[in-house]
Design a protein around this ligand. Structure first.
Ligand SMILES: O=C(O)c1ccc[n+]([C@@H]2O[C@H](COP(=O)([O-])O)[C@@H](O)[C@H]2O)c1
Ligand SMILES: Cc1cc2nc[nH]c2cc1C
Length: 342
């Protein structure tokens, strides 16, 4: 399967309309570029509004969390799943404000999620993924099952009418596999890709850098293949997230990327399925250094840079009003020719 091509005709129309607006050239900055991107994705200029935004949060635990890479215990992952369901987690609040649909998927949470609707865990791939500096995150079969689960989640959202998808993440410890995946994808060192995540102190950062370095060393040359990389260094939640992104690109639905986990998955998606990145825009910049490195590699500029490091898809949801402004601007701003010769 491959990514659908975006419409270069619609992109060219949008670029020419943007250049003809009653604004100085380039004055709309990234808002203008976002309108061109959406035109290319939708195959129409000006782009249609995006009323039906859908967020899927892929939740999973990571064995590495027990090795000093995060200040929080893995039990928080399952507790936060409840907060997504209750509508009180950060992304749930933002999604409600902006009229986005929200779904949480238990891909690989350690805990039994008593008291949450059974469908959230119905397709669970595994309990927590392996501690990546010691063992593979999962088996190839689990990677395949998770990729398929993510594709199914995208299909269900698209079949229900979603016109813009967002992938979110919840998983204590998951900034460690995200850093390892991006380090392996880009061939850069653990020092360059490792950040503080939820807020490790200096000693925690050193531990985390060592864990990422050991994971990269352990996986060795296998990381050259993106599927093997997910299996060795990622986790079932990452594979599901990557499968979701790839399916969006196959179905031709645009995606707003979030923080370091989402962008790590986007790198993998583009490698497994070249052309996917044309369907992606970057919602925000995370303070995690790996996210900026990965965005550079993908050629994406983030809409927001607020220092947000919540994950959950929250940075992307915060950028939804800007995507909507981009549509409205390219649709409603007058053409300079009409202003000069009324
Ligand atoms: O999105 C990001 O860039 C981001 C940066 C730092 C932390 N997070 C969130 O915090 C959790 C992982 O942080 P940590 O320190 O446990 O690896 C996970 O649930 C993420 O959603 C997310
Ligand atoms: C409370 C909490 C909420 C989160 N949301 C995403 N990652 C998180 C990590 C913690 C610790």
């Amino acid at each position: 399967m491959s990514a659908l091509p975006v419409s270069y005709v619609a992109a060219a129309d949008a670029r020419s309309r943007l250049a003809g607006l009653a604004t100085p050239p380039g004055a709309l900055g990234l808002l203008g570029e976002t309108a061109v991107w959406l035109s290319a994705a939708q195959g129409v200029c000006p782009p249609r509004p995006v009323p039906n935004v859908h967020v899927a949060v892929f939740a999973g635990d990571h064995g590495v969390a027990a090795y000093g890479v995060t200040p929080f215990p893995s039990a928080v992952t399952g507790l936060m799943v409840r907060a997504f369901v209750d509508g009180t987690a950060g992304v749930a609040v933002l999604a409600r404000q902006h009229g986005a649909g929200l779904r949480v998927v238990d891909v690989s949470v350690d805990a039994d999620l008593d008291g949450v609707p059974a469908e959230i865990s119905a397709s669970k791939v595994m309990r927590g993924s392996g501690a990546i500096h010691l063992v593979d995150a999962m088996s190839h079969e689990q990677t395949d099952a998770a990729l398929a689960l993510g594709a199914q989640v995208a299909d269900e959202a698209i079949d229900a009418g979603a016109d813009l998808l967002i992938g979110g993440d919840m998983g204590i410890g998951n900034t460690t596999p995200a850093a390892a995946l991006i380090g392996a994808s880009l061939g850069v060192s653990s020092e360059q890709v490792t950040g503080r995540g939820t807020g490790v102190d200096d000693e925690g950062l050193r531990v985390k850098q060592r864990v990422v370095a050991n994971a990269l060393r352990r996986a060795g040359m296998r990381v050259k293949d993106p599927h093997d990389r997910l299996t060795a260094l990622g986790g079932a939640d990452f594979a599901a997230h990557a499968g979701y992104l790839m399916q969006a690109a196959r179905r031709g639905v645009p995606v707003l990327l979030d923080g370091v986990i989402s962008v790590a998955c986007a790198l993998i998606a583009e490698e497994i399925q070249p052309g996917s990145v044309a369907w992606f825009a970057a919602g925000h910049r995370s303070p995690e250094p790996a996210q900026s490195l990965a965005l550079d590699r993908l050629g994406l500029s983030p809409l927001l840079d607020l220092g947000m490091r919540l994950g959950e898809g929250s940075g992307a949801v915060a950028a939804v009003p800007l995507v909507r402004s981009a549509v409205t601007l390219l649709t409603e701003v007058a053409l300079l020719s009409d202003v000069l010769e009324p």
